[in-house]
Design a protein around this ligand. Structure first.
Ligand SMILES: Nc1ncnc2c1ncn2[C@@H]1O[C@H](COP(=O)(O)OP(=O)(O)OP(=O)(O)O)[C@@H](O)[C@H]1O
Length: 231
């Protein structure tokens, strides 16, 4: 479970996220929506300690993130919108293997995870491709594969579908559905609810850094009033 309690984060004294509390249960899929600048990225970056709130706390599986950043980063997988700078290796296979290697897993298990994760993003067999030669959408898919290969308890995806073609999107959605069924919690930041609506257990809408709506099936008019396009 991810528990957010009174999370406040300020940039230069201006609160980008202001006293947000919410929980994400194991096996739950939460879509986090809201207009540009409403604080979505600033909030989810606190889920694994990439940002430390000025006030409040995030707990992952009951343990405060700040107490053990390594544990938080191992159990919360995170994929960001523009992964251009996030690659650590020259080839696709080596990049996706990097996280599992750091977990100290056996080579067979690493290879199995890499192949499985690449399959989930429709990049099976592309281990030897150079990351530098990939398209933007392919890079996004490699970044998603890297998070999947860590086998995290919780997965946070910030605008994961922007550069993905239809087939890749469907494949990733299938995997997210399977992960949720296996008890992984999935948090997806998006402006566009269309892809996610069938998967989401709850939609949380941020507005000016605060939770403006937290509902299982918000109506179109509720969403539109908060600047979110309904599915
Ligand atoms: N590094 C930064 N320095 C100063 N202000 C920032 C910084 N990052 C974000 N902000 C501000 O904090 C607010 C929240 O930004 P954030 O990126 O969390 O919103 P968002 O909801 O994820 O937006 P988007 O949908 O555009 O990705 C915005 O007003 C933004 O300008």
């Amino acid at each position: 479970m991810i528990t957010v309690d009174g999370y406040t984060y300020r940039y230069d004294d201006v609160a980008a996220v202001d006293d947000v509390s919410l929980t994400v249960d194991d096996g739950e899929c939460v879509v986090l929506a809201g207009p540009n600048g409403s604080g979505k990225t600033t909030l989810v970056r606190g889920f694994n300690g990439l940002l430390t709130p000025d006030e409040g706390e995030v707990r992952v599986n009951g343990r405060p993130v700040a107490d053990d950043l390594v544990a938080a980063r191992t159990s919360v997988g995170m994929v960001f919108q523009d992964p251009r700078d996030g690659f650590v290796a020259a080839t696709v296979g080596a990049d996706v293997a990097f996280g599992p290697e750091n977990l100290g897993l056996e080579r067979d298990e690493i290879d199995r995870r890499v192949a499985d994760a690449l399959d989930a993003v429709r990049m099976a067999g592309r281990e030897d491709d150079r990351v530098a030669d990939l398209s933007g959408g392919e890079r996004e898919r490699v970044a998603i594969a890297g998070a999947l290969a860590m086998d995290p308890d919780h997965l946070v995806l910030d605008e994961p579908f922007t550069g993905l073609d239809l087939r890749a999107r469907e494949s990733v959605l299938d995997r997210l559905r399977a992960l949720r069924e296996s008890g992984v919690s999935v948090v997806v930041v998006t402006h566009d609810l269309r892809d996610l609506y069938s998967l989401a257990d709850r939609v949380v809408v941020l507005s000016d850094g605060s939770v403006a709506l937290d509902a299982a099936s918000p109506s179109a008019s509720e969403l539109e009033a908060l600047g979110v396009r309904p599915p």
